[in-house]
Design a protein around this ligand. Structure first.
Ligand SMILES: Cc1ncc(C[n+]2csc(CCOP(=O)(O)OP(=O)(O)O)c2C)c(N)n1
Ligand SMILES: [Mg+2]
Length: 564
């Protein structure tokens, strides 16, 4: 029997659980921080804010499928909770540890103290107070278990003591656990009847489309998705969260439908007679507020790991409960013959027609030589220059729209993760992703507005040599707001409207260089590919400041049923 201090036990347990980096703002679990260095290979990343630390942990989790770990002392807990909104929305596994009130201080006007639990309630799967040192090992294990089980998500543990310090010097005889946590933690077997029903629905439909979501990544079922789609000759749309599930030039990939979308993908979904959601929550984003498809316009089927998602938005849906990989594998077992159906060929040809029409309409923008640059051209250049094994990380708003609709990632090894709505997520998330997947080139695409949020983390990137390539769509503004303010200003911007959405013209290259990060200025389209190649080759953090058109607005993913 070996006796450890709780600090040593915690450090070694984190290593056993498969954690390779933790993100924090001091002061929290200081002795454990020491033990992490003394007894493990875990990297400790000191950040410039608890929210950015949470986003880094989230990027790490999404890049690896392993829980990200983020820590803060009591007074930083609200900042940390704010950073859990995006991982909660994206079903990303995180374990957040905060210090909390002492037994004698709760409810007593204690300096820096408030009741933190309400802050964590809506952004976690579970938020627990750890009452005693004896309970801590079991509750830590439980936190990892809950974060990775079923639909993944963040879990919060509040330790007594503002700095989480009370248990650290106590001792335990417990053995170090040997469980590694990675999604999916448990695979739920579908019922065989449900599996044959899924196959029957897909075979019976004339114009089926699969909408593949992030649950497929969590289940590591990409290969099975492609195999089922190919065997049945079914077009596949992907949610933004699933954009990388199959290569952009796969003949069955119709692109991303919904709000941040490619209009031709919406058209495909609107024309379908069966929409088959796999590992997608069929939320407002991927359905354009449940108009693509509109209720009743097509049969709806779903495969999901979370029973309460089945039939949640489309009440007539056929719901199949199960792990995506197991369900698709069992479907493949029933699909011994490849599809040989002329109707299906015509439907696939129709999706190609819609896709080709979209490319033809977008060609002038995708190839535009204008300077300041068109974002569509930035997307075209980015798609042609990110390495075959790159992980692309994108922020929200326009960054999400441009990349959902206009960015093509043709290589199987290329990955894509995106903010689930929180502006400013991209920069720290790309750093966490790089720490999670150090062997992959990581390329961030963010607007300048998103970049400003956590710009101080450039110092962290330089200090820890976190080699992300940061492509900034710098239009010196929050230009996505132009439309809304034009409306509010009664049809024409006038007066001091620019107080609401424009920034000063700041040279991001100088800002980056001042913090020890290399930078490349790009103001002409022809410079972008070589800038990305140069930045990737440097194997260091690099900012690419791309001067873009302040008037360039992305159309939302409109499509109409009539066009069929
Ligand atoms: C935390 C948060 N606050 C506000 C918003 C609303 N919002 C979405 S996009 C956007 C502007 C983004 O500006 P930038 O990143 O520069 O991209 P641009 O629109 O200029 O291309 C804003 C304010 C948000 N999504 N998240
Ligand atoms: Mg901007």
């Amino acid at each position: 029997m070996t006796t450890h201090t709780m600090a040593e036990y915690t450090a070694k347990s984190l290593q056993a659980y498969g954690v390779s980096a933790v993100f924090f703002v001091p002061t929290i679990l200081s002795k454990t921080m020491y033990e992490l260095e003394a007894k493990t290979d875990i990297v400790r990343v000191l950040t410039h804010g608890e929210k950015s630390a949470a986003y880094m942990a989230d990027g790490y989790a999404r890049a690896t499928g392993r829980p990200g770990v983020v820590l803060a002392q009591t007074v930083g807990a609200a900042n940390l909770a704010a950073g859990l909104r995006d991982p909660y929305l994206a079903n990303s596994p995180l374990v957040a540890i905060t210090g909390g009130p002492y037994t004698w201080s709760r409810h007593r006007n204690q300096y820096q103290e408030i009741e933190d639990f309400p802050l964590f309630k809506s952004v976690t799967k579970a938020s627990f107070h750890v009452p005693t040192a004896e309970r801590f090992p079991e509750m830590l294990h439980r936190a990892f278990e809950i974060a990775t089980t079923g639909r993944p998500g963040p879990v919060h543990l509040e330790l007594p003591g503002h700095l989480g310090e009370l248990f650290e010097q106590t001792t335990t005889d417990l053995p170090i656990p040997d469980t590694e946590f990675v999604t999916p933690r448990h695979r739920v077997h579908p019922s065989p009847t449900d599996v044959s029903e899924a196959v029957r629905l897909l075979k019976e439909a004339v114009r089926p489309v699969i909408v593949a979501g992030g649950g497929i990544r969590a289940s590591q079922a990409q290969a099975e998705l492609v195999a089922v789609a190919e065997r049945l000759n079914v077009p596949v749309a992907t949610s933004m969260n699933g954009k990388d599930l199959l290569p952009s030039d796969h003949p069955l990939n119709v692109g991303v439908p919904g709000l941040y979308a490619r209009a031709s993908a919406n058209q495909v979904v609107l024309e379908a007679d069966l929409v088959f959601y796999i590992g997608s929550n069929a939320g407002s984003q991927v359905t354009l507020n449940w108009t693509v498809p509109s209720p009743g316009s097509a049969r709806i089927a779903q495969i999901d790991i979370e029973p309460t998602e089945l039939g949640r938005h489309y009440t007539d849906a056929v719901g199949i409960l199960g792990d995506a990989k197991l369900t698709l594998t069992q479907m493949l077992g029933l699909l011994t013959e490849p599809s040989n159906d002329e109707d299906r060929d015509r439907w696939v040809a129709r999706t190609h027609e819609l896709r080709d029409r979209w490319y033809a309409a977008q060609k002038p923008m995708l190839e535009s030589d204008a300077a300041p640059m068109r974002p569509e051209r930035v997307m075209a250049e980015l798609g042609m220059s990110v390495p075959d094994d790159a992980l692309v990380v994108v922020d929200t708003g326009h960054s999400g729209m441009w990349s959902a609709g206009w960015l093509d990632l043709p290589e199987e090894g290329q990955g894509f993760i995106r903010a689930a709505g929180s502006l400013g997520w991209g920069l720290p998330a790309s750093m966490g992703a790089k720490l999670g997947a150090p062997e992959r080139p990581v390329v961030l695409f963010t607007g300048d507005g998103g970049f400003w949020y956590h710009i101080g983390e450039l110092e962290t990137a330089a200090r820890r040599n976190i080699a992300t390539v940061m492509v900034v769509n710098n239009n010196r503004s929050l230009n996505q707001e132009i439309g809304i303010y034009t409306k509010m200003y009664n049809g024409e911007l006038h007066g001091s409207h620019d107080h609401l959405w424009k920034f000063q013209d700041v040279d991001f290259c100088r800002v980056a260089e001042a913090m020890g990060v290399r930078a490349i200025h790009v103001d002409k389209p022809a410079q972008l590919q070589s800038a990305i190649a140069e930045a990737v080759a440097l194997n260091a953090p690099v900012v690419i400041d791309v001067v873009t058109d302040i008037q360039a607005l992305a159309a939302k993913g409109e499509a109409t049923r009539a066009e069929a």
